[in-house]
Design a protein around this ligand. Sequence first.
Ligand SMILES: [Zn+2]
Length: 526
Amino acid sequence: MTRIELYDATLRDGMGGGGMSLTAEEKVRLVHRLDDLGVDIVEAGFPSSNPKEAELFARLEHEPLHHATIAAFGMTRRRGVAADEDAGLRVLAACFAPICTIVGKTSTTHVEKVVRVSREENVAMIAESVAFLVAQGKRVVFDAEHVFDGLREDRDYAIECLRAAATAGAERLALCDTNGPSLPSDIAHAVADVASALPGVALGIHCHDDGGCAVANTLMAVQAGATQVQGTMNGIGERTGNANLITIIANLQLKMGHRVVSDEQLRLLTATAHFTDELLNRRPDAHQPYVGKHAFAHKAGLHAAGIRADATTFEHVDPALVGNRRDLLISELAGRGTVTDKAERAGLELDDATTARVLERIKALEHDGYQFEAADGSFELLLRKESGDYQPLFRLESWRVIVEQRADGKVETEATIKIWVDGERYVSVAEGNGPVNALDAALRAAITEAHPHLSDIVLTNFKVRILDETKGSDATIRVLIDATDGEQTWGSIGVSTNLIGASWMALVDSLEFAEQPSRVRGAAAS
Ligand SMILES: [Zn+2]
């Protein structure tokens, strides 16, 4: 079986997505993670003279990589200009990157209506650009833009363009579904057609997810003969994104029998996916295939019992293979198995009587409006309270929040907190941009003397839901807070008819969880 080459386009195509931006330093960090993961080619972008790109390429030239090769990205020469006089191609030729990926047209619509050159000139642009870079000692990947549209419009012309690139010395032709319209069966037929028209020519595949089929299309292309897969980390990219290389790697290796990375590298998949999101300041998608927090989550009690008996009954692969872990969700449906499993993970041993009490307690709390699925931190605290293995962070004397609106329209919020920690009384006052923010600030000011690393905990998300809307301002309010220490993320919950009261409960849980022995132990081990 031919080895499938992994080609990552996160730094170039991936940056086309809304709100995506990375500094040169951050890009270099990502390149190292891709290198560790076993990606073969990392496309870094166009080595133009703008300061950010110049810095990136200057850094990359001296960065020691174990495995990955850097590719610079550009276009075929402009019309009517000799390749060796084309400014863009000269920049590529001068760049240190051993691989140059150049994009060119293969669809007659684009040739005639967009670029407005003759069909012959377009073929010459492809052939001469590839030949020029090859003569400069570069390995060339030819990205055939809109090629699937091109094959539908005028198959023979599209093939002629591809042949021109191959004959001129391109080591690989990447077939691009640039607008992402194709379905898996279209891709399978088209790739097989190109493979039979150009025997012996190495093909790649570059898909976009506009029809929601980018990963499926990529896998079909591999089945039809493509030996390079292009994609981005977590599928980021313009519009609906590029093909998700994370999912592709897992499917190639675990479902299709291709050995694209080592077992050890495959276990880096989840961490690499989350690292990319952290770098981009995006919340990781909990439902992302293979690597999401809930990718191996089990809710129903019976279901969870089945998982404990034999994981293959409800899991498509072993989560550990991709560096993920099983997540047992807590809900009214959950049975003993889920609770026991969560307890084990927190390092607690529950006897039967305690487990029964926990189940009763969950039932009662869920009736009051609690939902522990997104509040794993609060759930562990509940287990600890019921099993007697619970250390409160402090004893509350009182808190108070004052919100004052002035005549000039300014709203000022001030919180006062009185607590006891280890027999000492702490009183602190803080201002905030709202009641929860002020309470958070006051609580931390009071508590960080006794618990200094609580200042590293960041609250990343604050969600409020009104549970019985018909009751108006008497309604029950559920507050969910997500917190992180930069490595682990946990959720906490509070429920009350008072918004600030519910927020306070969730806030206290999020900080108390941070100081629980299971986490402190975990932190010491990692
Ligand atoms: Zn693209």
